[in-house]
Design a protein around this ligand. Structure first.
Ligand code: A3P
Length: 309
């Protein structure tokens, strides 16, 4: 089977599975669509306690690529980047799973343990709940941050368009849950600040959605250097062309099926200004000040530039 056929077969299986899950989801109330594990809300249709327990015990590898993000900060974008980069350099697909590391059945970790390196994995679960094995093995971690206001707006549209997640009748109702950390995957601020203590570990690269929008090839070079992939300028250019918003959106009905428009919406910086009230904006400013101002991660978010009306 060719690489393209292999990719298509995996996508078809994912689509069939997703269809089943969407049917299951349509029978649940918004309350039934979420459950709590270790104090954080998760989607019932995609996650389970058994899978979390199996994931806590999973064996990491030194050469795994672990992408960590709060939802809507650029997960699919960075997954595609790593996929294209590794394919370009190795001329062979990396091991990838559809969806997040925490989705699906517990048996998936057994399957993953048998797959060849490098394995490209992504998770939204809080840093403190990630299998200790990743830290013991010093697996290289790619953390993608996005400013908290655009993240909220992206999340609002996503939760309303994705049948596996609770829907909200208005932006204001979603915003209330977002600011109190009552959304799936919990508080943006708790999530982000937990990574601050790993910032000097030496095996973490932090990029931002906004910097990637500003100059993608510059950020791609950082990823290539960090993972020792040594892409040539020509290869960086090729990967860049394949991972712009427009090229990913164009191919999204093949990669994400019915959920294409759910995952690839606008891909812009500053959309928050269309929904936030002055009062909500000030409330997020206060949260930023309390949790992230003056921290290394907080500085990287470039809050003044991206979060001022
Ligand atoms: P918007 O809803 O603001 O458009 P995630 O993959 O973590 O769920 O993040 C989804 C967000 O990333 C969406 O933001 C989506 O449009 C945006 N996105 C996906 N691919 C992108 C790309 N190649 N360039 C810019 N933004 C992208």
């Amino acid at each position: 089977m060719s690489t393209a056929e292999g990719q298509q077969a995996k996508t078809d299986t994912f689509m069939a599975d997703m269809k089943k899950r969407l049917e299951e989801a349509s029978k649940l109330t918004p309350e039934e669509l979420k459950f709590s594990y270790k104090g954080i809300l998760y989607p019932t249709i995609l996650c389970s306690e058994e899978t979390f327990q199996a994931m806590e015990k999973m064996e990491a590898r030194e050469d795994d690529v672990l992408i960590v993000t709060y939802p809507k900060c650029g997960t699919n974008w960075s997954l595609q980047i790593l996929h294209e980069m590794i394919l370009e350099v190795n001329k062979k697909e990396p091991t990838m799973i559809k969806g997040m590391l925490e989705f699906g059945k517990p048996e998936k970790y057994e399957y993953l343990s048998q797959q060849p390196s490098p394995r490209v994995l992504a998770t939204h679960i809080p840093c403190e709940d990630i299998s200790k094995s990743f830290f013991e093995k010093k697996t290289k971690v790619l953390l993608i941050l996005r400013n908290p206001k655009d993240t909220a707006v992206s999340y609002y549209h996503f939760t309303n368009k994705n049948p596996t997640l609770p829907t909200y009748e208005s932006w204001d109702l979603f915003y209330k849950d977002y600011i109190t950390g009552n959304v799936i995957y919990g508080s943006y601020f708790d999530y982000t600040i937990q990574w601050e203590k790993h910032i000097d570990d030496g095996n973490i690269l932090v990029l931002t959605f906004e910097d990637m929008k500003e100059d993608l090839s510059r950020e791609l070079r950082k990823i290539s250097d960090f993972y020792g992939l040594a892409l040539t300028d020509e290869q960086i250019k090729l990967v860049q062309e394949k991972t712009t918003f427009s090229s990913m959106k164009e191919k999204s009905s093949n990669t994400h099926g019915d959920l294409a428009n759910v995952f690839f919406r606008k891909g812009e910086v500053g959309d928050w200004k269309n929904l936030f009230t002055e009062e909500q904006s000030k409330e997020v400013d206060a949260q930023f000040e309390k949790y992230l101002a003056g921290t290394k991660l907080g500085n990287m978010i470039n809050y003044e530039k991206y979060c001022t009306f």
